[in-house]
Design a binder for this molecule. Structure first.
Ligand code: GDP
Length: 458
């Protein structure tokens, strides 16, 4: 059975734009024929491997926005009642309004699972309102920009937590080994992506077309390595050359690297004869921001004269320049000669394991006690910042919530200290690590989900 997701929120928070993003423009345009008024739109949404029905209550925006009584309320209630999951949208640029709270009450009363989307958060704007959104009591807000397509991977993760993945329906954690690992291979034009993928899957497999369930713009190939099923996503390498260059030039555009969003591990392929160009660093940055595990492939290693010397240099450079994924696997290889592919895959599997890692709360707090004793947080305006407690709230990538007082004032250098410490102590190399800071709560008093103000840092 396909799940139904209702997009709910007061007028003008961006529900239609979100609907269009999820369903695809073409269908949305057809449905948007002028002169056709309707109270809700429905469509089939695709987000990576997820597919679901989406119901948009945006037609209501023409209704009398003065009151939530009457038609608007009834329609929203109907949409919520028919949904398996509610996607509650707020606008962080305009802040949380009384209307938001009324809609939130309605949704909360329904008892349906909710994903709270803090929309219009492009370029990390509206952070204050994101904190405020937390007070709606609908869980942690997912920062998002429907207009710019930012935050898709966080939305994907939030939805995936509730909706069944088609190919993973039956699988539980023990079956991890039997699941496909989703890998994207990205890099500058001519880094050798196509050559490497050809070498991995074999020429004959390259004619596999776009699959159902995959966003139209990326293509995935099924492969197997040492008995492990692998899905390889390629941004453009499988398509015509002219388009490859085109695509990569628009790398900064949010839509550019869709494949990254649907991958778990991203191999950033460098040309070892011209390594760490600016564009390579931009790519790694993007992958880190999307929260994917990273492995660096040093391709064209066959052309390198002083192999041990260069490897040492490049590993040092990687640690310096890519501090956000410190300890990242750096693997020399040659797609052309078919060398180093097994080592690349070993690094991919290791990165995937780290990315999925869960650390017990007891272990974390033992470590936190030492870390804060060795190097206490500073004082702000005469009062010491207190860090009390920490727990891992998510994996893929590892995400930790830190509880204490005055955490909003915690210097970035201190959160970096914590991230680096976690990375070392729990051996989490090469993976993005997220910290959220939560204010003024006693987490022991809560069941599961802590409440309070949330400060998310990357
Ligand atoms: P893409 O744009 O990243 O897909 O790059 P291609 O796979 O099309 O490769 C670009 C060029 O680099 C081609 O001429 C390849 O033959 C060459 N190339 C790819 N991998 C290697 C390698 O491992 N060693 C050498 N010497 N050349 C390679």
């Amino acid at each position: 059975m396909v799940a139904t997701v209702a997009i709910v929120g007061r007028p003008n928070v961006g529900k239609s734009t979100l609907f269009n993003r999820l369903v695809g423009r073409k269908l949305a345009l057809v449905d948007d024929r002028p002169g056709v008024t309707r109270d809700r739109r429905e469509g089939e949404a695709r987000l990576g491997p997820l597919s679901f029905n989406v119901v948009d209550t945006a037609g209501l925006e023409e209704a009398d926005a003065e009151s939530l009584t009457g038609r608007m309320r009834a329609q929203t209630e109907a949409a919520v009642a028919g949904a398996d999951l509610v996607l509650f949208v707020v606008d962080v640029r305009s802040g949380i309004t009384p209307a938001d709270r009324q809609f939130a009450d309605l949704v909360r009363k329904s008892g349906k699972p909710v994903v709270l989307l803090a929309n219009k958060a492009e370029g990390r704007s509206g952070t204050e309102a994101s904190y405020e959104a937390f007070t709606l009591g609908l869980g942690d807000p997912v920062p998002f920009s429907a207009e710019h397509g930012e935050g898709i991977s966080d939305l994907f993760d939030a939805l995936a937590a509730h909706l069944a993945m088609p190919e993973e329906d039956e699988a539980d954690e023990e079956d991890e080994a039997a699941r496909s690992i989703r890998i994207a291979i990205v890099g500058r034009p001519n880094a050798g992506k196509s050559t490497l993928i050809n070498r991995m899957v074999g020429e004959e497999r390259l004619l596999t077309g776009p699959e159902a369930g995959i966003t139209r713009d990326s293509i995935s190939l099924d492969w197997e390595w040492r008995g492990r099923p692998i899905k390889l996503f390629d941004t453009a390498g499988l398509r015509k050359r002219a388009r490859i260059e085109d695509k990569l030039e628009k790398l900064s555009v949010a839509d550019g690297l869709r494949a990254v969003r649907f991958a778990e591990v991203v191999v950033v392929l460098l040309d070892a004869t011209i390594p760490f160009e600016k564009q390579d660093l931009t790519i790694v940055d993007l992958v880190e921001r999307e929260g994917r595990a990273v492995v660096i492939g040093l391709n064209k290693w066959d052309l390198v004269a002083d192999q041990p010397g260069l490897l040492k240099t490049l590993r040092e450079e990687a640690d310096q320049m890519l501090a956000q994924v410190r300890g990242v696997g750096v693997v020399p290889l040659s797609g052309l000669a078919g060398q180093g592919i097994d080592r690349l895959m070993e690094a991919v599997i290791a990165a995937h394991e780290v990315w999925n890692r869960r650390i017990s709360t007891a272990q974390l707090n033992r470590w936190l006690g030492e870390a804060t004793a060795n190097h206490p947080p500073p004082a702000v305006s005469g009062r010491r910042i207190k860090i009390r407690y920490m727990t891992q709230v998510k994996s893929r990538p590892p995400h930790f919530a830190v509880f204490g007082n005055q955490l909003a004032a915690l210097p970035t250098a201190y959160s970096r200290y914590l991230v680096n410490g976690l990375r070392e102590a729990f051996s989490l190399p090469g993976t993005p690590i997220r910290l959220s800071f939560r204010q003024g709560d006693n987490p022991y008093a809560e069941h599961g989900k802590p409440t309070g103000r949330i400060y998310k840092r990357r």
